[in-house]
Design a binder for this molecule. Structure first.
Ligand SMILES: CC(C)(COP(=O)(O)OP(=O)(O)OC[C@H]1O[C@@H](n2cnc3c(N)ncnc32)[C@H](O)[C@@H]1OP(=O)(O)O)[C@@H](O)C(=O)NCCC(=O)NCCS
Length: 174
């Protein structure tokens, strides 16, 4: 497995992987129209080209032994709707995705180790946050193993669908 920073030449691979993993995971929750609009707005090549170059944001892309993009992560300053979230010192793991064909082989944990090491390094005095769909038991279990505990809820809307999200928080040193 090779896990590397997302440089502009890797954005097409990231764009394809981000759309594929979101569709695999959550596609069934939305209409095709809403899904397409969300993917376009969030994962289109030009969108990701901009956001992956934000200074202070941390992106990593994982390639399989065969050279296929199979997982990625994004850490940034917190953007969640929680009354104690402090964007000036708290960090958020905003995305962590592994291709379904590669689930259960330890890549999620490997990416999580990298994300948490970065959160500790870049946001040493603040809290660390994640938002997760309330029924995503696999991810909730993984995050719990790193000390992320439920701290709130909010609704995330994609088109006409509204989904209950759990806000998880890990206190520094937790
Ligand atoms: C969540 C996710 C990143 C885990 O990646 P993975 O490579 O399959 O995980 P790993 O093989 O490293 O396993 C790590 C942990 O995940 C959890 N996990 C993995 N497979 C699981 C399963 N079938 N059932 C329950 N928990 C599971 C466990 O906590 C596991 O640790 P353990 O084996 O010590 O119990 C992956 O399932 C994924 O990308 N899912 C779709 C996208 C997603 O939901 N992202 C999170 C959005 S907030």
């Amino acid at each position: 497995m090779r896990i590397v920073p997302v440089t502009p030449d890797l954005v097409p691979a990231l764009s394809e992987l981000a759309a594929a993993t979101f569709t695999e995971t959550f596609g069934y929750l939305f209409t095709a129209e809403d899904l397409g609009a969300f993917i376009n707005q969030s994962y289109a090549h030009d969108v990701l080209l901009k956001v992956t170059q934000h200074s202070g944001d941390f992106w990593r892309l994982a390639f399989s032994e065969a050279g296929e993009p199979v997982g990625y992560l994004h850490v940034t300053s917190v953007q969640l709707p929680h009354e104690t979230a402090n964007a000036s010192k708290d960090g958020e793991l905003k995305r962590l995705y592994v291709r379904r064909s590669n689930h259960g082989r330890g890549l999620g944990r490997q990416l999580m180790d990298i994300a948490v090491a970065h959160l500790d390094h870049a946001f040493p005095t603040g809290a660390h946050w994640i938002s997760v769909w309330n029924k995503n038991e696999k991810a909730i279990k993984l995050y719990g193993q790193y000390g992320f505990q439920k701290a709130g809820e909010y609704y995330f809307n994609v088109g006409s669908a509204s989904n209950l999200m759990f806000i998880l928080r890990r206190e520094m040193g937790g």
